[in-house]
Design a protein around this ligand. Structure first.
Ligand code: HEC
Length: 123
């Protein structure tokens, strides 16, 4: 496809300056770059806040079924006493009224960790 463009424009290149040629071929390069950037953004890990707002907020903002509330030290401190790794593991496997992965079926363990870090930030 790129080859085709170069062949068809080459018949007119005698009258064109280098800058004109560059500006003609530039949009082709830009399309490729934009596609690559988009791909990276969609396949990279989501932030803890993104995960929280999508999957955890329904229960953890108001404390549904006794869920520890967002950035509420009184709710989180006793839970964190067993160690962050245990709390993280319970979020992955589920505990009491907390469903496995907090209903975020396509969340990686690291994304769940980021969501928990967001919930305990600043406490
Ligand atoms: C359907 C409601 C609900 C949703 C959605 C939910 N949680 Fe929970 N979560 C709970 C409840 C209830 C508890 C308290 C469970 C208990 O200790 O009995 C809890 C507890 C937790 C705990 C503490 C575990 C421990 O060891 O004390 C973590 C961490 C947690 N949730 C993370 C998350 C994350 C991350 C998400 C989103 C990806 C999420 N939750 C979504 C209801 C929910």
């Amino acid at each position: 496809m790129c080859l085709g463009i170069l062949v068809t424009t080459s018949a007119h290149t005698q009258d064109m300056t280098d800058d004109e040629i560059k500006s003609r071929i530039q949009p082709v390069g830009q399309v490729h770059v934009a596609g690559a950037v988009e791909e990276t953004a969609s396949s990279g890990p989501r932030s803890g806040a993104d995960i929280y707002n999508k999957s955890c907020v329904a229960c953890h903002s108001v404390g549904v079924l006794g869920a520890p509330k967002l950035q509420n030290a009184g709710d989180w401190s006793p839970r964190l006493e067993k160690g962050f790794d245990q709390v993280w593991k319970n979020a992955i496997n589920g505990i009491g009224g907390m469903p496995p992965k907090g209903t975020c079926g396509d969340c990686s363990d690291d994304e769940l960790k980021a969501a928990i870090e967001h919930m305990i930030e600043g406490i």
